[in-house]
Ligand binder design. Structure first.
Ligand SMILES: [Zn+2]
Ligand SMILES: [Zn+2]
Length: 279
């Protein structure tokens, strides 16, 4: 032993593997290979299919993950039934403030993926430089409205933004993207939606008079703030949130739950440590 050989384990057979080994000596599995976005197995074949669960591995926006230094993490995924991911998320730190924005493209609008991407980028950038929830929402709303070429071509998306400071959280939202507190699973937002689930508020050129909901409160430590799209929350009835692991591991586990439950819609999950859980 030279003292700097770190032991990892093979993702397939779990035998110990030394750092620098190209193959697992026990089963021959190549090390450092990509891992499955769904089941986590390190067995993705050359065509991009998982050898364990069969999922075709996502590319680009189909599956994206972000992790910040304090552990805050966000995951977005196309899901199993939609042809593309029209959810978008932004997660960024500004000093000791964490900003998370999740938008869900309105399925009935054109280029909904562009709407959500523009909204999260505009709002998160504004919030990170200290803009208020209302200012950020107005900027994002204008940016999304600008995408429209006519009343028949008005991209739209829902919106939820969280600004997490050490002693204060503010949420701003419109539509049915949500925030929850963990571990208790308490819902922190109220959907703009009628009983059938149809939303009554969104960002877009055809969304005049939409009011941003704003809520400010003190975080309960230790815990996590969950910000998510309906691709996750439609599967939360009776679900026991993960209670251990890093925020990234927990977000991946929640994504896996949504996919295992059918993955009907795009799924986006952001988890931000609160209070004492911050490092
Ligand atoms: Zn092995
Ligand atoms: Zn897999």
């Amino acid at each position: 032993m030279t003292g700097n050989e770190k032991v990892a384990s093979c993702p397939v057979c779990e035998a110990p593997v030394l750092a620098g080994d190209i193959y697992c000596e026990a089963c021959g599995h190549p090390m450092g290979a990509p891992t499955c976005a769904s089941c986590g197995a390190g067995a993705v074949d050359a065509e991009g299919y998982c050898e364990r669960c069969g999922l075709r591995q996502p590319t680009g926006r189909d599956h994206a993950e972000t992790v910040l230094d304090n552990g805050a993490a966000a995951v977005t995924d196309r899901g199993l039934r939609r042809s593309r991911n029209e959810d978008a998320m932004a997660l960024m730190a500004s000093g000791d403030t964490i900003v998370a924005v999740v938008c869900d493209g309105v399925g009935s609008s054109p280029r909904a993926d562009e709407a959500s991407a523009v909204a999260v980028e505009t709002a998160a950038t504004a919030l990170a430089r200290g803009a208020s929830q209302q200012e950020a929402f107005d900027l994002a709303g204008r940016a999304v409205a600008k995408l429209a070429t006519s009343v028949y071509d008005a991209p739209a998306c829902t919106y939820v933004a969280a600004v997490v400071e050490p002693d204060r959280i503010t949420l701003g939202w419109a539509g049915d993207t949500r925030a929850y507190s963990l571990p208790d699973g308490g819902l922190l937002t109220e959907d703009d939606a009628i009983e059938t689930g149809e939303i009554t508020a969104w960002l877009g050129a055809d969304a005049e008079g939409v009011t941003l909901h704003v809520r400010t409160f003190t975080p309960h430590a230790p815990g996590l703030l969950l910000v998510c799209s309906d691709g996750l929350w439609r599967y939360l009835d009776g679900y026991a949130f993960p209670s251990a692991g890093t925020p990234l591991e927990m977000a991946r586990e929640m994504l896996r739950h949504a996919l295992d439950s059918g993955g009907q819609d795009n799924v986006t999950i952001a988890l931000i440590p609160l209070g004492e859980a911050r490092e």
